[in-house]
Design a binder for this molecule. Structure first.
Ligand SMILES: Nc1ncnc2c1ncn2[C@@H]1O[C@H](COP(=O)(O)OP(=O)(O)O)[C@@H](O)[C@H]1O
Ligand SMILES: [Mg+2]
Length: 231
């Protein structure tokens, strides 16, 4: 479904990712791991088209999207929840959700019921401003907004980062529900090895600009964890 081949992406002079190849199959959950600063977020932005590929390619659902705009990628079925949950703080929860629909299909006017069903707490907050929500609620809103468009691939960049434990459990439950539905593939950046190995069909570790380890989580070795993941 998503096929990244020898991708090179960076900022200014520095190439953060030199040679990244990665496949995500339909319905699969792939966990992207690696220490702080290795380029996990940079890869997400490269997939979404927020950073230009210097070489290599990004293909999705049979189409070459390497030069495509972020809007076109969203319309092709890629949903993105950036690290740090950037919802629109001045807009209401409802307006944020409708923008998610608009990203995919042009104007949205009906609330995304399926996304709201996954986060029932949001339904009671539809008229509140995004900025008045707690961090955990904002993260739920950011995920619901991405789901509103009915993506075929969901990019989740550290969704549990800095979030209260009760909401972490909620978000884990939602990811498990999405996985069970097999309606979308998920590429998840996740620091918790426990959750990553529980949820992932496949893992992939970045280090020094490339994929240095990948496979079934059952085969993730202590040596790999020590070498590439633990600080
Ligand atoms: N906007 C930016 N401009 C220049 N360098 C950046 C920018 N964002 C990130 N970097 C650098 O790119 C590298 C990878 O960052 P990032 O993708 O955020 O890593 P990760 O998500 O794995 O923690 C880091 O060395 C970081 O300092
Ligand atoms: Mg990051």
């Amino acid at each position: 479904m998503l096929s990244i081949d020898r991708l090179e992406v960076g900022y200014g002079e520095s190439a953060v990712l030199r040679d990244v190849s990665l496949e995500v199959r339909a319905g699969q959950v792939v966990c992207l791991m690696g220490r702080n600063g290795v380029g996990k977020t940079t890869l997400m932005r490269g997939i979404m088209g927020l950073l230009r590929a210097r070489s290599g390619s990004v293909r999705f659902a049979g189409r070459d999207l390497t030069g495509a705009s972020p809007e076109k990628r969203a319309r092709s079925g890629i949903g993105y929840v950036p690290q740090g949950r950037d919802i629109f703080p001045q807009l209401t929860v409802e307006e944020n959700l409708l923008l998610g629909l608009e990203a995919a299909a042009g104007r949205g006017s009906k609330l995304p019921e399926a996304a709201l069903a996954l986060f029932p707490a949001l339904r009671d907050m539809l008229q509140r401003k995004g900025g008045d929500l707690s961090g955990g609620q904002q993260q739920q809103l950011a995920i619901a907004r991405a789901l509103a468009a009915g993506p075929k691939l969901l990019l989740l960049d550290e969704p549990m980062e800095g979030i209260q434990p009760s909401v972490v459990m909620e978000i884990e439950r939602v990811i498990e529900t999405l996985k069970a539905s097999r309606e979308m593939a998920i590429l998840l950046v996740e620091q918790s090895l426990t959750f990553a190995t529980r949820i992932a069909d496949y893992y992939c570790v970045l280090d020094k600009g490339a994929v240095v380890a990948e496979g079934s989580p059952a085969n993730l070795t202590e040596e790999q964890v020590k070498r590439h993941l633990v600080v």
